[in-house]
Design a protein around this ligand. Structure first.
Ligand code: M7G
Length: 206
């Protein structure tokens, strides 16, 4: 018996770049798509743990049909909550990433009707492990989008989109098991793309 998930999910992997000349697209690989609890554990038990990945690797777990890129139509008006663990030796990153993935596939990062969570990401870097949750909107109207709508076209009142994002931030922070004095930041992908990095100015914090 297979226990179905509410959505289909695709695991992606970013290979570490070997040097200059590698572009983002050549390094990003689709691994597998699944839609049951059993398949999730089968995959999880057969891939390398985050702590065993080479520097500059990423795992991305996204809803089927959404590429883990700013440019994807379902991400381009969105953003991400993220946190960097800088004491790499003092964090059980495998455990944190497992619980982040379970929050995504179990759809406990948001309420069912919200439809904001597009995927989750872990980046292995020299100075930190960064874990993130990507959302479909930035919780408010997007200037110049032309539809005059708020928070992604579901007809939500302006305050609601922001409330949904803040709830996701709080739930994510619980998964990360952070003390209250640590800060998890949200930033829009447009800012990330323009600054050429994810170190963009945070719009919200929890
Ligand atoms: P990162 O892995 O988010 O952060 O982005 P890091 O600076 O801590 O490693 C590293 C680089 O990967 C960016 O500067 C981009 O060149 C590329 N990159 C990352 N993402 C998430 C994207 C994306 O969604 N689209 C494109 N085109 N490039 C990306």
């Amino acid at each position: 018996v297979k226990h179905p998930l509410q959505s289909k999910w695709t695991l992606w992997f970013t290979k570490p770049s070997t040097g200059k000349g590698d572009n983002w697209n050549d390094l990003l690989k689709e691994v597998i798509t699944f839609n049951s609890v059993e398949e999730f554990w089968g995959i999880y038990n057969n891939i390398a743990g985050v702590s065993d990945l080479a520097l500059k690797s990423d795992y991305h777990l996204f809803k089927e049909g959404v590429r883990p890129e700013w440019e994807d139509p379902q991400n381009k008006h969105g953003g991400k909550w993220s946190y960097s663990f800088k004491e790499k030796r003092n964090v059980d990153i495998n455990e944190i990433w497992l619980h982040t993935m379970l929050g995504a596939v179990g759809e406990t990062l948001e309420d069912e009707e919200d439809g904001e969570v597009m995927g989750v990401v872990v980046n292995v870097r020299k100075a930190f492990f960064r874990v993130g949750v990507w959302t479909r909107t930035i919780g408010k109207a997007i200037p110049g989008r032309g539809d005059g709508d708020v928070a992604g076209g579901k007809g939500r009142p302006p305050a609601k989109g922001q409330e949904i994002l803040m709830n996701i931030g709080h739930r994510f922070k619980e998964i990360l098991q952070l003390p209250p004095n640590e800060v998890v930041e949200f930033s829009g992908h447009t800012d990330s793309a323009h600054s050429g990095s994810t170190r963009a100015k945070a719009k919200y914090t929890v």
